[in-house]
Design a protein around this ligand. Structure first.
Ligand SMILES: [Fe+2]
Length: 277
């Protein structure tokens, strides 16, 4: 009982520290950032993460933010969380992160995802598990809001116009009424806009942002793309030019597959990377 009380107290203190750090990060962020790389769904794929980071650096983006699901499916959860943690990257909680850290049970996961999840729980260091556990479910920065699935649910998908309309309304009710929401979870590059004509789907890879519209944007997945293109995906948001540009990067899929198989993870997680499914 005493032990349990101590653990809860420790978690509360860590959550307070996390919130303090996020506030501090936000102040620095607001002052300095112009080109922001937005990454999502890394899913323990360190080869894909390294390739994306190389391109981000070449593009001269001066900040990175992450939309959750740092772990799950693939074999390098600690390497990926270490990167996000040590670089103090602003990162929201994903559904795989929540389950890996023990905040939730993976009841709705398919058996293959669940197997990888239990493997991840066993292999995550205590520090990395605690880091994931203390990620916020949403985070407001400048005029945009970060979340994983939908604004109030980590597990739900935002994939069609109806989902978009519901989330545009929720977005407008957040403090300050942010104009842009960045989200992940579907692993598919997506951009919705809301203007006088209603909800529209923006297909372009280079999207100028109109001051008269609101946007909901998903960069696609770094570590497990699902749009039949196996290359890692991310985007850059330029908050001076008011423009979002989507990118794809080749990475060493074979090296990642080899690690998945030697770790004893389900081989299907390796196979799907080759097809981008
Ligand atoms: Fe994901």
């Amino acid at each position: 009982m005493l032990e349990c009380g101590k653990t809860v107290q420790k978690l509360i203190i860590q959550e307070m520290c996390c919130n303090w750090l996020l506030k501090k990060q936000r102040k620095v962020f607001v002052r300095s950032v112009m080109r922001i790389a937005v990454i999502a769904d890394i899913h323990a794929n360190y080869e894909a993460l390294e390739a994306v980071l190389g391109r981000i650096s070449a593009l001269g983006a001066n900040e990175i933010i992450c939309l959750g699901d740092v772990v799950g499916y693939n074999a390098n959860p600690n390497e990926c969380v270490d990167f996000v943690r040590h670089k103090k990257i602003i990162c929201v909680l994903g559904n795989h992160d929540a389950c890996a850290a023990g905040l939730e049970e993976p009841d709705g996961f398919n058996p293959l995802a669940r197997t990888a999840l239990f493997w991840t729980r066993e292999h995550l260091t205590k520090e990395n598990s605690m880091f994931l556990m203390t990620r916020p479910r949403g985070h407001l920065l400048q005029d945009f809001y970060l979340f994983h699935g939908t604004i109030f649910n980590l597990h739900r998908y935002l994939i069609d116009r109806n989902d978009a309309l519901e989330n545009f309304l929720l977005l407008s009710e957040l403090p300050g009424g942010p104009r842009i929401g960045f989200f992940g979870h579907s692993h598919i590059k997506t951009a919705f806009s809301l203007g006088k004509a209603g909800v529209e789907i923006e297909e372009t890879l280079d999207l100028p942002l109109s001051p008269d519209k609101r946007y909901l944007i998903n960069p696609g997945s770094v570590g497990q793309p699902r749009d039949s293109d196996p290359r890692a995906a991310f985007l850059v948001y330029d908050n001076v030019d008011r423009r979002v540009t989507f990118y794809r990067v080749k990475y060493d899929v074979k090296a990642c597959q080899k690690k998945i198989l030697s770790a004893g993870l389900p081989p299907q997680h390796a196979e799907r990377l080759a097809w981008g499914r």
